[in-house]
Design a protein around this ligand. Structure first.
Ligand SMILES: Cc1ncc(COP(=O)(O)O)c(C=O)c1O
Length: 379
């Protein structure tokens, strides 16, 4: 058996120790005579797995008691719709920061809801379409808006941003301030590709959400952290399966949850706590990984990364070759050397190495060695 160096942007590499543990427990979960995917989500055994996963996640991020942790489905994309549905009940306009493809998709979903409301001529006419409170589209999204470039609308219901643009390789180096004209505006953050990569001050946020398939576990589960006072703001037309409060009131088991993905996420949290030693240690490793790769790119005339250094992502490192006609040979030689999934997103081209938690320093070193060798031969 060989596990190669996997730089996939998602679904991403899982820690080998987690897969080994899952393999050991596959046929007979701790004397239950069945695998986790074959037992009722209402059984005491699964309830214990679910509760332990939530506790470990809370411990890792030091989540305060006044926040609920929800385990949902539908991916982060479903949360693009859940955010306005769950927060616009009292009225006001949704505010967004625009830093690239994923924040753009969240904005599109808020526009869609606004059009749907107008079309249905719903009673809540005080709702407004999204307000773009800051955007760096004009300079090609090579940095995020600076704090003094963010302007909330006077009626802001929340401010949404994407902490780490997975495709662009762009990340915030600060937490936006949200003092609106009428007091605190809840800050809502898509952390799909950066959650659990560093410690986090959850109390700065109203809502954090993340699809699992990068740092949490396999695809199929989505984690939402929501401050409990925000659970009462849903629009009346919110379908029950999209309503955060419904999940909070039913321990995320309103219907059959993705039990196996939940269990695997729990194993990843255990790995982070016990094998890695927590998020401070994880951050140290992650910084060493990305700094080594950025240094290799910056010290070469053959490779380039366009992002302003203060906003470079620690998780997703896009890079281009000086001679783009070498892209396909780079990729095929990389694959032969056991370096998988380095092709950039189809919308931007070039290369991208995703360095999520399960990607080791040895994986990154293997990539750097290959890149330097390729440059010597082809540069
Ligand atoms: C930052 C970010 N947001 C949202 C998504 C969409 O996630 P999903 O496919 O789980 O809906 C992704 C997927 O890669 C992402 O990277």
């Amino acid at each position: 058996m060989t596990r190669l160096h996997n730089f996939c942007a998602g679904p991403a590499a899982m820690p080998t120790a987690v897969l080994e543990r899952a393999r050991e427990e596959m046929l007979d979960y701790r004397g239950q005579g069945a695998s986790v995917m074959e037992m009722s989500h209402r059984s005491p055994t699964f309830e214990a797995i679910a509760a332990q996963a939530e506790q470990d996640f809370r411990d890792l991020l030091a989540i305060p008691d006044n926040y609920r942790v929800l385990f949902m489905q539908g991916g982060a994309t479903m949360q693009f719709a859940c955010v306005p549905l769950n927060l616009l009940g009292p009225g006001g306009s949704p505010n967004y920061l625009d830093t690239g493809i994923w924040s753009g998709k969240a904005i599109k979903e808020a526009e869609h809801l606004d059009l749907a409301n107008k079309h249905l001529n719903l009673a809540n006419k005080h709702l407004a379409g999204p307000h773009i409170a800051g955007s760096t589209r004009g300079n090609g999204y090579v940095h995020v808006p600076r704090p003094d470039e963010i302007a909330l609308s006077a009626d802001a219901a929340y401010l949404h941003y994407c902490h780490n643009e997975t495709i662009g390789g762009l990340a915030y180096d600060y937490v936006p301030q949200v003092d609106g004209a009428n007091g605190e505006v809840p800050l809502v953050c898509d952390m799909s590709s950066s959650i659990l990569s560093t410690p986090l001050d959850v109390s700065r946020y109203g809502v954090i959400y993340a699809g699992a398939q990068k740092n949490i576990g396999p695809a199929g589960i989505t984690v939402v952290i929501v401050r409990d006072d925000l659970l009462e703001r849903a629009l009346p037309q919110t379908p029950s399966l999209l309503g955060w409060k419904v999940y909070a009131d039913n321990d995320s088991m309103i219907n059959t949850p993705p039990t196996y993905a939940w269990y695997l996420a729990g194993l990843v949290f255990q790995w982070l706590k016990h094998d890695i030693g927590g998020l401070n240690e994880m951050e140290t490793i992650n910084r060493r990984k990305c700094e080594a790769l950025y240094a290799a790119i910056d010290t070469s005339d053959f490779y380039a990364n366009p992002i302003d250094p203060v906003n470079r992502s620690i998780m997703n490192v896009p890079f281009t070759l000086a001679d783009e006609s070498l892209n396909s040979v780079f990729l095929s030689e990389a694959e032969s050397a056991g370096l998988l999934n380095l092709k950039g997103h189809r919308s931007v081209g070039g290369m991208r190495a995703s360095l999520y938690n399960a990607v080791s320093e040895a994986d990154v070193q293997a990539l750097i060695t290959f890149m330097q060798d390729f440059e010597r031969r082809r540069g």
